[in-house]
Design a protein around this ligand. Structure first.
Ligand code: SAM
Length: 285
């Protein structure tokens, strides 16, 4: 495909820079620049925002973000082999693309960005969930970012937008929906990527709410939901026994039947329980 930005097609970029995909880095590259521009559009108005992109690889999504008018893009890539390809994109868009050869888990992106900040990424599968949980659980809210537009395996995307009572409902749904509006915006087949992954992928768009829907401490809610869903088929009075000596009474005090199971409990009740646990005795650290 001939590119509108005057840069070579992605296949040529990958060949020129020897970017054969590495499984250990979760590398499945998007090759269609129409598709990457479409993903960039689902992120909302980028012209007045700085964008953090994690894992730009050969730069397909980066080029989409720039083509859609992103004010400034910080692209954080762990694979040193991709830096030459990204430098060519930066040269074609003077002053708009900053490339960091770094591990996204180890840097503080706020040092490089000016709010408002949107995060857009086709995340490496091996670190995607960890990054998402970090972005959702800072102690204070609102966070440094305004929205997250993220590609995941479809199964992970379904867990982010899941409702109580469904199989996909769990810790990710609660953490995401507690502080954000979260929706699924696009599904992609394996053939959209090179090499094609084994599963379908999906893009989720999360917009940070001005404040969480219900009061709770992020750390407590995270620990509570991790414990509750670790044994999701067990009754809560059993799965949460380790959190408090009088767990049955505590569950009842916030209107949860001790015999109910984690997947039946909505966000409001999980927040109330996290608060009650904090008030009676902090969850073991
Ligand atoms: N954005 C490109 C695209 O859509 O074609 C590449 C997406 S690929 C699924 C994931 C990218 O994340 C790879 O380029 C990989 O090298 C990079 N990556 C993996 N782990 C990383 C980490 N810890 N920090 C930054 N980048 C990472």
């Amino acid at each position: 495909m001939s590119a509108i930005d005057g840069l070579p097609p992605l296949r040529e970029v990958i060949a020129a820079h020897g970017l054969t995909a590495k499984k250990s880095l979760g590398q499945n590259f998007l090759m269609d620049l129409n598709l990457t521009a479409k993903i960039a559009r689902t992120a909302g108005d980028l012209s007045s925002a700085d964008v953090l992109e994690v894992g730009p690889g050969p730069g397909g999504l980066t080029r989409g973000l720039l083509a859609e008018g992103a004010r400034h893009v910080l692209a954080v890539e762990k694979d040193a082999r991709a830096i030459g390809a990204l430098a060519e994109i930066a040269a074609a868009h003077p002053g708009r693309l900053e490339v960091l050869n770094a591990d996204a888990l180890k840097i503080d992106p706020t040092a490089f960005l000016t709010p408002p900040i949107r995060i857009v990424a086709n995340l490496p599968y091996n670190v995607g969930t960890e990054l998402l949980v970090r972005w959702l659980t800072p102690p204070a809210w609102p966070p440094f970012w305004q929205s997250l537009t993220l590609m995941f395996q479809k199964e992970v995307a379904a867990r982010i937008v899941a409702r109580p009572g469904s199989k996909a409902y769990g810790r990710l749904a609660i953490l995401a929906q507690w502080r954000c509006d979260a929706r699924l915006v696009m599904e992609l087949p394996p053939e959209a990527f090179t090499p094609p992954p084994k599963v379908r992928s999906a893009v989720v768009h999360l917009v940070a709410l001005p404040e969480p829907r219900f009061p709770a401490r992020a750390e407590s809610l995270q620990r509570l939901t991790a414990t509750a869903f670790q044994q999701r088929r067990k009754m809560l009075r059993a799965s949460l026994r380790g959190l408090h000596p009088q767990i049955e009474a505590l569950l009842e005090s916030v209107g949860i039947a001790p015999t109910s199971r984690a997947e039946e409990i909505d966000l409001e009740h999980f927040c109330a329980l996290a608060q009650a646990l904090d008030a009676s005795a902090p969850i073991a650290r």
